[in-house]
Design a protein around this ligand. Structure first.
Ligand SMILES: N[C@@H](CCC(=O)N[C@@H](CS)C(=O)NCC(=O)O)C(=O)O
Length: 207
């Protein structure tokens, strides 16, 4: 049985959403908010962050990597290997995880990047501008009436929804991005995705 370690309103919603969409039963272990110091968890993921997935002896962490592992293992939610759509899927799984999410982290956890409390407002303001710019760039990459990687809904759409979710308090960001907004609405219209957000007390997209 899969065991997913997570926290509400975090990257752990990505593998959780993948398992929900695929109807895969799993045990969900919600860690308390704040820095994780539990040695048992640190033995699984040494930086103490979430998510981590275990499956018997297998331990895997990093949200995008877990989602990619699940899609490979279950042969679903990813385009066929070697196709242009698969290339786009790889691009978005890595880009959203390694470029967009760090900008989100800079905004939500500025204390990870400085020991100087006086520097925090400036870091947050800069991070917000970076996120704004990233969404503007992503807008230019989207194709109207398509999922993120093409005609099929994939795990990249789940990752996209979760990254967008971190910015729903910024309607101005989305007002400039009609295709991002339309894709967010389309993904959220899937029952499993709406249920995922509701389970984490995330309101429906205000975009
Ligand atoms: N790139 C990492 C990001 C991990 C990360 O930043 N996790 C955050 C939540 S999104 C966390 O554990 N924060 C600690 C906390 O919120 O208490 C991944 O996808 O696993």
């Amino acid at each position: 049985m899969y065991r997913l370690y997570g926290k509400p309103f975090t990257m752990s919603m990505v593998p959780e959403g993948v398992m929900d969409e695929l109807g895969i039963a799993h045990q969900s272990i919600m860690l308390p908010p704040g820095p994780t110091t539990d040695p048992a968890y640190l033995a699984l993921r040494p930086d103490g962050l979430v998510p981590t997935l275990t499956d018997g002896d297998l331990v895997i962490y990093e949200g995008s990597a877990i989602a990619m592992h699940l899609t490979e293992k279950h042969g679903a939610l990813a385009p066929a290997i070697g196709t242009p759509e698969r290339a786009r899927w790889l691009q978005w799984m890595l880009y959203l995880g390694s470029m967009v999410h760090p900008a989100v982290a800079l905004e939500f956890h500025p204390d990870w990047f400085t020991d100087d409390p006086a520097a925090i407002p400036a870091i947050q303001a800069r991070a917000r501008r970076s996120c704004d710019e990233l969404w503007r760039q992503i807008e230019g990459q989207l194709v109207e009436d398509a999922w993120l990687t093409g005609p099929e809904f994939t795990s990249a759409d789940i990752l996209f929804l979760v990254q967008a979710m971190f910015h729903w308090d910024s309607p101005a960001m989305f007002a400039r991005s009609p295709r991002v907004t339309a894709l967010v609405r389309r993904i959220h219209a899937r029952p499993a995705m709406a249920a995922l957000l509701a389970r984490h007390d995330v309101p429906a997209p205000a975009v």
